[in-house]
Design a protein around this ligand. Structure first.
Ligand code: PLP
Length: 411
């Protein structure tokens, strides 16, 4: 028995799928204690968009630490935070003509979601929030109340209230017009739906099984929210920071959410960091009303700035993500043509292969692991094998990984 089995809680999960002890990590590769390499098509569930220990981010981090700069600072003003904010405005917000204030919640995705929900309720004076089937927004109680997974919801141990799920795009296989049910409930005074403070949505549901919302569906949702004066929150924790190509996943849909949640890859290096972006007139917080000890994680501000400087000053990364995404899409399409019961899903570098028989998906992920490829499963029955390599993956590694994946499916 290892110390993980004797001492670490039963709650541990990923280590059960990949029962080795990882030690080193470079770019798209992880190495276990015996130096066996694993190609990483998991990328920290989207927290490692720029790969492991990216040298372009590592050097500024080392320089920062070795010159005794401030590491922990709550929300005091620091040089590192100021430099990040200036770069974020210059390279992300201004070129996209996005007018947002930046809130630093605690450094996790669920903390950004909690702050968004609290703020929407404070602004509107309403309690209920509309979420979507198969959504995932985090594990704290507010975020869990707008998440779908019944096992995770059950962990709350108390009723999860003030949230109403609506069908996500394509939930009924396009048998009904978009928003037929939602719009009817909003307009019918007898529907029993309390007028919501906000709608929270992912443009692509990562944990929910790589479900892609069409741009016209997202546009329709934004329009519906505008018409009924409901705030629109886009949870871009997993799909933001270039995962689907553009910096924000909602850009190609031509919508501007009222509130945006970012975490996972915003810190760039896998260091904890989160942002909540608010349209300026929504910034009605009182000082300290949403607080947190680790909001000032300065090493993450340093690597976040370095990631923006190195990857978001031009559109090379975005173009690369779209091209690599299509390459994965083609490889998955080829598999679906020879393996019955499989469907290719995804957008950009958030891709998935869905299996009619969910046991197959688990078997493929295990077969991939034995071949040295890390892929996880997602979806309500874990029926989708998820392919999410770092955005910076080299051509030869991508081709190699797709070959290993095809071998795993065949096996
Ligand atoms: C991972 C994730 C979260 C939660 O982030 P944590 O850092 O794990 O709290 C929230 N929303 C989405 C869409 C996510 O993928």
């Amino acid at each position: 028995m290892t110390v993980f089995e004797t001492l670490e809680s039963e709650v541990r999960s990923y280590c059960r799928s990949w029962p080795v002890v990882f030690d080193k990590a470079v770019g798209s590769w992880l190495y276990d204690e015996k130096q066996k390499p694993y190609l990483d098509f998991f990328a920290g569930a989207g927290a490692l968009n720029y790969g492991h220990n990216n040298p372009l981010l590592k050097q500024p981090l080392i320089d920062y630490l070795s010159s005794d700069r401030v590491v922990h600072s709550l929300d005091m003003s620091t040089a590192a935070k100021g430099a990040f904010l200036e770069t974020f405005a210059e390279l992300v917000l201004n070129p996209r003509e996005l007018d947002y204030k930046v809130q630093f919640p605690g450094p996790t995705g669920t903390n950004s979601v909690e702050s968004a929900l609290k703020l929407a309720r404070k602004i509107t004076g309403r309690e209920s929030v509309v979420n979507f089937t198969n959504a995932f927004h985090g594990m704290t109680l507010g975020a869990l109340s707008v998440s779908g997974d019944s096992m995770k919801r059950g962990g709350a141990g108390i009723p999860l209230v003030h949230a109403t799920p609506m069908p996500y795009d394509n939930y009924f296989d396009r048998q009904y017009p978009d928003f037929l049910y939602f719009e009817r409930l909003l307009e019918d005074g007898g529907s029993g739906l309390n007028k919501p403070a906000a709608v929270i949505v992912e443009t692509v549901q990562g944990e929910g099984g790589i479900n892609v919302a069409r741009f016209e569906w997202l546009k329709g949702l934004a329009e519906l929210c505008r018409k009924h004066e409901i705030l629109l929150i886009v949870d871009d924790v997993q799909m933001g920071c270039g995962r689907t190509g553009p910096f924000f996943s909602f850009e190609p849909a031509g919508i501007t959410p009222d509130i945006v949640c970012l975490s996972k890859s915003i810190g760039g290096y896998g260091l904890p960091m989160a942002l909540t972006l608010l349209r300026p007139h929504l910034d009605v917080w009182n000082p300290g009303e949403h607080n947190g000890t680790f909001r000032g994680n300065n090493p993450a501000f340093v690597t976040a700035k370095a990631a923006l400087d190195n990857y978001w000053a031009d559109d090379a990364l975005e173009k690369g993500v779209l091209a690599k995404g299509e390459q994965i899409g083609r490889a998955l399409q080829e598999i679906t043509e020879v393996v019955p019961g499989t469907t290719a899903k995804g957008r950009g570098l958030a891709r998935g292969l869905s299996f009619a028989d969910s046991k197959r998906a688990g078997a493929v992920a295990r077969a991939a692991f034995h071949r040295g490829l890390l892929v996880e499963t997602s979806g309500p029955d874990n029926e989708v094998v998820k392919l999410m390599p770092p955005l910076t993956i080299r051509e030869e590694d991508l081709a190699h990984g797709l070959q290993l994946f095809a071998d795993a499916v065949r096996a």
